[in-house]
Design a protein around this ligand. Sequence first.
Ligand SMILES: C[S@@+](CC[C@H](N)C(=O)[O-])C[C@H]1O[C@@H](n2cnc3c(N)ncnc32)[C@H](O)[C@@H]1O
Length: 195
Amino acid sequence: MTDPGNCSVKAREGMRSEEYAALERLLRDVRPKTTLEIGMATGGSSIEICKTLRDVGGETHVAIDPYQSDPDGWNNQGINNVKAAGFDGLLEPIADFDYLALPKLVEQGRRFDFVLIDGWHSFDYTLVDLFYADLLLNVDGVVACGAPRVSVPGDAQTLRSGFAAAERYRQAAAGPAGSARRADTAWACDDATGA
Ligand SMILES: C[S@@+](CC[C@H](N)C(=O)[O-])C[C@H]1O[C@@H](n2cnc3c(N)ncnc32)[C@H](O)[C@@H]1O
């Protein structure tokens, strides 16, 4: 599958162990029933999310990744790992690019309690993901975002502080000391009616 945005599957595989631990803590706090992830890879974060869904009687985990079923990409590794972990019934994989799949979810009126943004980490893709996450979150929902890799110093900070300054969001549960990445970038939506 070729991305007109000229990105490739050459992303690192999963998160660091302390990031998974922070994700687990955040999920325990949020107790989401419906979840969305952008960037599935080998399914590490999907499994973490599905564990919480199982524990709280949740319904669905939607995982978007254009390269998931591509034989030259992840070749279904993520889907197979989620199945092997026993969470097949919770997973709804979408093999498409974020910028194509996310507007369709909005059109379908889908809503989520938790959104993990961990796809293509450039500033522009992250911004698009945050834009759609905002439209797709339930009130009290939480968005967690991997730090965008940027070439212009300050852009990532602008993005973080801009989102954190939005009146309808507040900082969500903190991660462990020394692992600021997730901790810095999780926001809870207080008011879905805000502009
Ligand atoms: C850092 S990995 C995700 C790791 C995964 N969340 C985990 O913790 O196990 C980034 C993923 O983003 C996917 N990706 C790349 N471009 C994308 C796009 N435009 N839309 C959605 N996912 C994309 C890659 O295929 C890759 O699987």
